[in-house]
Write a protein that binds this ligand. Structure first.
Ligand SMILES: Nc1ncnc2c1ncn2[C@@H]1O[C@H](COP(=O)(O)OP(=O)(O)OP(=O)(O)O)[C@@H](O)[C@H]1O
Ligand SMILES: [Mg+2]
Length: 270
């Protein structure tokens, strides 16, 4: 039974698994209800994309994801005229589609987009909530279902790749990090199906490897890679091989660093 005023959470049961790290689900929902855009910051493979997919399903909104890169144009986001069978037809880009449908538009790695592209977001991300489409002369007003979410990894980016303050200050922001060990164990066990005892060792190893960030490694090992290692083991691969392919080789090309990482594996597993 749904009471008047109760948040609409029709997709909650079908939402992809997401283990909450803090108050981020409530924050997302509040941002959505108050029509505020949201920026997620955090290292690779820590759960940002999964979080957005989970929340979109919980809120019952379609999700349009755009992977940003430096060749992305405003037309890629907004739309363009295309020739179809001799006719010229307008085709909405993902941002326009999300505005029309009242969907969530997720701009992944938003700092990769050029600044002249991110400014098209400005009228949508302040209290105007409009999207002017110069080519068609339309002025779309975003309804209550539309939400803009962006994410990036502040770590490995080139120092020049940041958002303009005028873009950044249009978003509420949440910092993500790797989950604490007991939660990461739960996530890895659920995603991989590996038994919890063996998951524990992999998560302990991940914690040790993350300690090398900034010295020998530019990024700590992601939860994604720990899940890969656990999944390989769940399919019968021996520990050493799974760790080598999923938690050592992906981290570095430097042979000396790899040797150092293998020493840590030995120390953790004996
Ligand atoms: N809190 C969590 N709950 C459930 N699964 C999680 C969580 N955190 C991470 N994962 C798992 O880790 C994987 C990697 O997470 P995800 O793809 O969301 O990372 P990301 O932060 O978007 O990384 P990138 O910056 O590289 O895109 C997910 O596919 C999921 O299996
Ligand atoms: Mg992602």
């Amino acid at each position: 039974m749904t009471m008047a005023g109760t948040p609409k959470m029709e997709g909650a049961q079908d939402a992809p698994f997401y283990l909450e790290q803090g108050p981020e689900c409530a924050l997302f929902e509040t941002a959505y209800r108050h029509q505020m855009p949201l920026l997620l910051k955090g290292p690779t493979g820590c759960g940002k994309t999964r979080f957005v997919a989970h929340m979109a399903a919980r809120l019952g909104r379609p999700l349009y994801t755009v992977a940003c890169h430096d060749d992305l144009t405003a037309a890629d986001l907004i739309g363009r005229y295309l020739l179809k069978g001799g006719d010229t037809v307008w085709v909405d880009g993902p941002l326009t589609r999300a505005v029309r449908e009242g969907a969530i538009c997720y701009l992944d790695e938003v700092v990769e987009a050029r600044k002249d592209v991110t400014v098209v977001l400005h009228p949508l991300t302040d209290d105007r909530r409009i999207l002017p489409i110069d080519r068609t002369g339309e002025l779309l007003e975003a309804g209550p279902g539309f939400m803009l979410v962006a994410s990036y990894n502040p770590g490995y980016q080139n120092i020049l790749k940041t958002l303009k303050p005028s873009t950044r200050q249009r978003f509420l922001s949440i910092s993500f990090d790797f989950p604490p060990p007991d939660q990461e164990e739960q996530i890895v066990a659920t995603e991989s199906g590996l038994d919890p005892a063996r998951v524990k060792g992999l998560v302990r190893l991940a914690g040790k490897l993350r300690g090398l960030k900034g010295q020998d490694l530019e990024e700590g090992v992601s939860t994604r890679l720990v899940i890969y290692a656990a999944s390989l083991m769940a399919h019968g691969m021996p520990l050493n091989q799974a760790v080598e392919t999923a938690m050592i080789e992906p981290l570095t090309d430097d042979d000396d660093v790899k040797e150092g990482l293998r020493d840590i594996v030995m120390a953790v597993f004996g």
